[in-house]
Design a protein around this ligand. Structure first.
Ligand SMILES: Cc1ncc(COP(=O)(O)O)c(C=O)c1O
Length: 402
């Protein structure tokens, strides 16, 4: 933006509480969600009735709607996405020495799931343009012990699932056949992919309805989609003490009230994502002439929900100067930011212990250049311009500081 536009944008009142780089509330509720929650509670108050139930009609309706929405054959709701990742990994029945490839730039949940299921976590680099697992690097790391490829639709961007599936087909496991692809879509529910939406490709896809996510079921919640009947049966069994099968199970159910709210959120998801995308594209337009910033990619065949709005500073600004930009934004303008995410071995001691000897230099360097600045579908045009102007101002200051 030019100097006059920036001055105007910076006249927005400084927030009294700093805005977070990753807001604590991803979407928002209307009266409809509140009414749905109240109705679900009211329907549970008769002691001769179903109470809050187990797998009640609201849950079945939410799952059916979610399967239709993603185009997947099955949708199995769970208490969190992390549980979905754990159960998917467990369903691989990993043997000692079995490997699962996953990008180092990630949230820790998928890596904990791999290690927890007894797998050897093999870290890979991401494509710096998309922040999703680099297919060429995934392929380089495939061995006869590779049992799964577990990728993340990073920060809301759809990962090229078909590319990983092809790699899995080209390098089948000697005993188990084509390598299954697991997609962590915790940050990407509703994102477009090749004319449809993610959720129907690969072996399974895991979604989160945690409070920070694009839609939420009262703060926690998850869903796994799959076209694989055997996996669907196993996950369904696992979430409720094994059901009528011989599979192990415990209790990982969503509640009736969460499902009732989820149905409304799902109906409103495209609207919420649409507003978020609109703000992101406006912001990209505002910042396009700041030469030091690499802005997030525009949606194409692989869509983007801009769960996080992620920018990069130049390589020579990695680390210290990047941190200085973040400090100016926070201290002087009350605009917070995140680095999402550094390699998981930097943030989780458990993962560090289990990936000893593995370093991903390109990922480490990329993380040192990264800044995620606040975005939300309810952000007004003025608030969005303020964030853009604050980022531009901080970059210009660092430029003149030398
Ligand atoms: C990429 C990613 N995967 C998994 C999770 C875990 O989701 P949940 O909190 O629903 O377990 C999160 C966030 O919390 C995430 O950002």
């Amino acid at each position: 933006m030019d100097a006059a536009q920036k001055r105007q944008a910076l006249s927005y009142p400084k927030p009294t509480t700093a805005w977070r780089g990753e807001p604590q509330l991803g979407g928002w509720y209307t009266e409809e969600e509140i009414e749905a929650a109240v109705a679900a509670i009211r329907s549970s108050m008769d002691w001769t009735g179903e109470g809050f139930g187990f797998i009640v009609q609201e849950i079945l309706d939410f799952e059916a709607a979610f399967a239709r929405y993603t185009g997947a054959k099955h949708a199995i709701s769970l208490s969190t996405a992390s549980v979905g990742l754990d159960l998917a990994m467990q369903a691989l029945d990993l043997q000692p020495g079995d490997e699962v490839i996953s990008p180092a730039m990630n949230f820790r949940a998928a890596h904990h799931a791999i290690i927890g299921a007894g797998g050897r976590l093999v870290l890979c680099e991401v494509d710096p343009a998309t922040l999703c697992a680099d297919p060429a690097d995934v392929e380089r790391r495939v061995t006869p012990r590779t049992r799964a490829i577990c990728v993340t639709h990073m920060n809301g961007r759809a990962a090229p699932i078909d590319d990983y599936v092809e790699i899995g087909q080209c390098h089948p496991h000697p005993e188990h056949g084509p390598i299954p692809v697991i997609g962590d879509a915790a940050r990407a529910v509703g994102v477009g992919y090749k004319g449809g939406r993610i959720g129907a490709g690969g072996w399974c896809t895991i979604f989160s309805f945690h409070t920070m996510k694009l839609m939420t079921t009262l703060g926690e919640g998850g869903m796994v989609t799959t076209n694989n009947d055997a996996l669907a049966e196993r996950l369904t069994a696992a979430r409720q003490w094994g059901g009528t099968t011989e599979y192990w199970g415990s209790s990982f159910k969503l509640t009736k009230v969460q499902a009732a709210v989820g149905l409304v959120q799902l109906r409103r998801l495209d609207e919420m994502n649409g507003l978020r995308i609109r703000r992101a594209l406006e912001r990209t337009e505002l910042l396009k002439d700041v030469p030091e910033l690499t802005l997030p990619p525009l949606p194409g065949e692989c869509g983007h929900t801009y769960y996080l709005y992620t920018v990069f500073v130049p390589p020579e600004w990695a680390g210290e100067k990047r941190d200085r930009i973040r400090a100016i934004m926070l201290d002087e303008f009350a605009v917070g930011s995140e680095v999402a995410n550094p390699p998981t071995y930097d943030t989780s001691p458990h993962i560090r212990k289990h990936t000893e000897g593995q370093r991903l230099p390109a990922t480490e360097f990329l993380a040192n250049r990264m800044i995620c600045v606040p975005i939300h579908p309810l952000m007004t045009e003025e608030q969005n311009a303020y964030v853009a102007a604050v980022l531009q101002e901080a970059v210009e200051r660092v430029r003149t500081e030398g």
